[in-house]
Design a protein around this ligand. Sequence first.
Ligand code: ADP
Ligand code: MG
Length: 728
Amino acid sequence: MSALSTPLADLVGGRTAKAMDKAFGIHTVGDLLRHYPRRMAERGELTDLASLRIDEDVTVMAEVRSCEIKGYDTGLRVEVVVGDGRGTLNLVFFGKRSTWRKKELAPGTRGLFSGKVGMFGQTRQLAHPEYLLLHGDDLDAHEADDFAGALIPVYPASKDMRTWMISNTVRIVLGMIDPLPDPVPAEIRARRGLLDFDTAIRTIHRPADRDAWYGARRRLKWDEALGVQLALAQRRATAAANPATARPPRADGILDAFDAELPFVLTGGQREIGAVLSDELAQPHPMHRLLQGEVGSGKTVVALRAMLQVVDAGGQTALLAPTEVLAAQHARSIEALLGSLGQLGRLSGGDLGTRVALLSGSLPSVARKRALLEAAVGTAGIVVGTHALIQDQVSFAELGLVVIDEQHRFGVEQRDALRSKADRPPHLLVMTATPIPRTVAMTVFGDLDVSTLTELPPGRAVTSTTVVPVGERPAWLERTWLRIREEVAAGHQAYVVCPRIGADLGEDEAELADVPIPDDMPPRRAPLAVADTLAMLADGPLAGLRLAPLHGRLQPDEKDRTMAEFAAGRVDVLVATTVIEVGVDVANATVMVVLDADRFGISQLHQLRGRIGRGAAPGVCLLVTEAPPGTLSRERLDAVAATTDGFELARLDVEQRREGDVLGAAQSGTRSQLRLLSLLRDEELIIQARDEALAIVASDPELSRHPLLAAQVAALVADEQADYLEKA
Ligand code: ADP
Ligand code: MG
């Protein structure tokens, strides 16, 4: 058994081991040693108390300013004020038995204070904080040793496991274990100037100085980057080595007929990427490509042309969408684009063409059986659906190409499950409208080649975005509703987007998955809901207009009906959740009002407003918020209003989020492995690690000459799978 997999209980005794498990799920020595300090506090350096956020669990280094006993009898409390030179923070201890603290917490005493930041009146306070004083006398020998250096590690801590207890345990464990073997080959370490693993692990917990600490972090970030990149390089190599059925273009096939009837001219980008896809589909190895492009850049046509080439070559294609609304919409718009080419065998069809089948989770059983049959016998060349498509009962006669739309909601595992539906792996095309920073793409989609559609089709009107701050400008809200009335009077349509479905209907998790991190907003009322908003609008500012609700909890046929009515112009205003975020395409819709806009993420808002300005008339997007100026929430909205560049916004989005959120729910297995690595700040390191990973896998595909690396990768993949199984 290697030192890292040794149960912690073998080294530090049951009580501590149990507490570590309870607080952080730490079981082994490796778990503990990978519980890295969040930062290094400098002895003598005081924490910036003004930066503390309410409800945050903090450890601060501060100096006692005053300490008084207040109240009488049972109401006794000790009130302490600590400071950092600029700001102050109150500590309070209740009860008679707290009074002895007055002696201990004399003015001038410095210490680490840990607790949850609360608010009392106008001041921040920690109630009953744990603390460790730094004057030396009271410290026992171990603790004194811990604080002998200039740097004090501050760990992610909990109520029962304070940072100094963790530090203490780590010190004990490091003293007991033998030097740790290094998974990274020496020549890579030399080439990249990396510390050895044992030194790095010891140093990240107990550095002599800051430079040493950074060096250790860099090395350990490398391990994380290399692990992920190796897993991806292996996946890529395996996939590329697979045989696939070549699907070369056929002269005078459906694709040619389709191109001849296309009502518009393809953009340069659509043509170029189309040629790349066409080439790759003609190869006897599976295509693995990510197609990213701004909202409205015309990805669907590109994908459909690839699908038709495959159908021409005797294969079927599956198009997977994240929601039923989007799947239904895709099926409809593909049928519309195909015209008579999509009606083979029907009265309205010619003798050249194929059929489109829609398969979603809760179709009526007759329709479902028919779709299943069409997929199984092969009459449907194009099968559109939600994840229902990856269920076991669904089989294809000859699956040649899988297209996944709006990838960020699907995990690698789901991709694999769908690919396993064919005897030979089908070609794969993944589309996303969420622009992804390069390193994120490399990490999350590192097993795919990437194409980017940069230009929008010509003649597209622009969408202007304005923030409506109801706190400062209440009158603007009336203007907002009036604006909808004007657009409707001019023959256009509108969306009103709410963050929630409604109190009694609960939340739709899939729709709420993208809500941004809580920030510096004070606690607020519940987010606005579709049901309440609809009622409010119908009785008030939008009385007389034709309004309809749309959200994930409606019955599928109800959803379809509503979308169809809206597309046909028989509904003026759709009051919806983010179900409309992706792919919904009604060119006549020109206004979008997003309520509680601060509850949405940057990329999500960008996606949402992509639903308007899709025709010739300019779009107007109004972001209604109560967030006061100067808050992070407001900054986010101002940024969305200021630019339409999706890549710029994606970057901002990543900056404002925690790393884990960037990887998305489907990638949380990977996330738990990335503790130090920042996909944004560590771009260069990730690129280097990727190069090394590709080289290693090229010469040692199974990693049999790199057993320790192989073990790391296996752990990472196992995590990802465990996560997937949990969700499935
Ligand atoms: P997205 O990339 O967001 O999926 P779509 O494929 O839905 O974009 O395309 C948006 C709209 O633009 C659709 O109505 C589509 O028919 C239209 N479109 C696509 N390509 C072109 C083009 N080259 N010229 C004009 N309109 C186009
Ligand atoms: Mg689309």
